[in-house]
Design a protein around this ligand. Structure first.
Ligand SMILES: [Zn+2]
Length: 232
């Protein structure tokens, strides 16, 4: 993310890289998460929630959906990448920050206790791990403008199958994002032309602002008892 003080937790093998952003054409799904080193270690993993949201840029580690589109923070959960239960449980990693991933509720529920067997692992079958170097989403899938995914690797195929990343809602969302990016580029190009009359210019600017709100969505924290009611 290029911010001062941003470093990577030891033991992840991750090297810091710049976030290339979401607004560049056809590259919005290319995203590299970089982890902060927590200022303190908690025994209750839920206390890492604010840091996780920030490190994962308010997006699901697996399907990349932004919190905004699934009800804000309330539509997300903390995933234990190595599950706490099931045949390959690692309860010792319950509160280890590098085992915590910010995930939409649906991906987290689909993932459950699923983990590849040692035999599968040996064959190169595993979940995509966006916190590892060279494990970017677009190395494992090709994203088509109609929102469909095409797995390019065993990792891509396994992750898509187990997390149901082909689900129609995600397809629709990805397709919309492609359309938004194309339209934003087109509008920006039109606004650069000098001969646009002021009324038309205002319309184009308004339309561009609406699209940008979807491309870089606002953040909504979960509402809690005692919060101040906005505009009250
Ligand atoms: Zn997800």
């Amino acid at each position: 993310m290029g911010q001062a003080g941003r470093t990577i937790a030891p033991g992840t093998g991750t090297t810091p890289r710049r976030n290339r952003g979401f607004t560049r054409r056809r590259s919005y799904l290319k995203m590299i998460f970089s982890r902060s080193i927590p200022k303190r270690n908690y025994r209750d993993y839920r206390l890492y929630r604010p840091l996780l949201r920030q490190d994962f840029q308010h997006r699901c580690a697996y399907c990349l959906i932004h919190e905004f589109f699934v009800g804000g923070e309330a539509g997300f959960e903390i995933d234990h990448h190595r599950p706490l239960h099931g045949p390959y449980a690692r309860p010792d990693l319950e509160a280890v920050y590098t085992n915590l991933y910010w995930s939409c509720s649906e991906c987290n529920a689909n993932k459950g206790d699923t983990w590849p067997s040692p035999e599968e692992y040996e064959m190169g079958v595993r979940f995509l791990d966006p916190c590892q170097p060279d494990d970017d989403h677009d190395l494992h899938w090709k994203f088509h403008p109609d929102g469909t995914l095409q797995a390019l690797t065993l990792i891509g195929a396994y992750t898509e199958e187990k997390l149901l990343l082909w689900r129609p809602f995600l397809q629709e969302r990805r397709a919309q994002q492609f359309r938004d990016q194309e339209e934003a580029e087109e509008l920006e190009a039109r606004l650069k032309r000098k001969q646009v009359n002021p009324g038309r210019r205002r319309e184009l600017e308004q339309r561009l602002a609406e699209i940008k709100r979807r491309l870089e969505p606002p953040i909504f924290d979960r509402a809690r008892w005692g919060d101040r009611i906005p505009h009250a």
